[in-house]
Design a protein around this ligand. Structure first.
Ligand code: SF4
Length: 245
């Protein structure tokens, strides 16, 4: 996220209050292994999830988010796609498109803690509840969902739905915002274990220290930035599949 801000706004100061607060999913693809895979699949267009390093973005043809992934892939002329690094998001997209997709074997260690057995239990305990899950979840979890939405899509859904109870299948921190924004509704985490330790490294104290010290700063080298920006710009031109809903 910090690198993407630097890619798009090279003249601004981008602070990351804890340099260890990276994304383990993003770390599951390296630029060296991606180059090797591209040689094995010379006809594939490379689509990378926004949760990837600047170097991987620079090596990709276009980026996507969980909100626009289907739109991005459907809009491409290419028939063959190499999708990195999240195999579960890639699998979800593959159920929405006829394109030939090769999936990188990465996964989010937080979303993988959401299990179908627990969702079945919660559905029995809360029969009126809608189940909303993030597309980084496993296919067995997605199969039980009423809606599969990005974090932004989940927040919009929670606001507009007539359902008063929602079982939430994503990183548990979003529950706080959902309860604050929708005080009359009940939100139940699909897993109490869906906690991202890297996200939790960013604390209020570290944000304050970072603002006071103007450190640590994230700056993507210009050569990588320009290539990565081309992939991000292409995504921004295509737009989102959830925005209009
Ligand atoms: S929850 Fe954590 S590990 Fe999973 S995609 Fe988000 S930042 Fe990465």
């Amino acid at each position: 996220m910090a690198e993407t801000a630097s890619i798009l706004c090279p003249d601004k100061v981008v602070l990351l209050p804890d340099m260890h607060a990276g994304c383990p999913l993003a770390d599951m693809v390296t630029v060296e292994r991606l180059r090797q895979k591209k040689m094995e699949l010379p006809n594939a267009t490379v689509v990378c999830y926004i949760n990837s390093s600047a170097e991987v973005k620079a090596e990709s043809d276009v980026c996507c988010t969980s909100a626009n992934a289907v739109n991005v892939i459907e809009s491409l002329d290419a028939r063959e796609i190499l999708f990195v690094p999240d195999q579960y998001l890639g699998h979800y997209i593959s159920t929405k498109t006829d394109k030939k997709m090769t999936l990188w074997p990465g996964f989010c260690p937080t979303h993988i803690r959401i299990h179908p057995e627990r969702i079945k239990e919660l559905k029995q305990e809360n029969p009126q509840a809608k189940v909303v899950v993030h597309p980084e979840c496993q296919p067995e979890v997605i199969a039980l969902a009423d809606e599969v939405l990005s974090t932004g899509g989940l927040c919009r859904f929670a606001h507009k739905t007539e359902a008063n109870e929602i079982i939430v299948g994503t990183e548990i921190g979003i529950i706080h915002r959902l309860r604050k924004e929708n005080p009359g509704k009940k939100f139940t985490p699909a897993s109490e274990q869906a906690i991202c330790p890297r996200m939790k490294l960013i604390t209020l104290e570290k944000v304050l220290w970072s603002l006071e010290e103007k450190a640590p700063q994230v700056k993507v080298p210009e050569e990588i930035r320009l290539k990565a920006k081309a992939a991000v710009d292409k995504m921004l031109e295509i737009g989102s599949d959830e925005r209009a809903k």
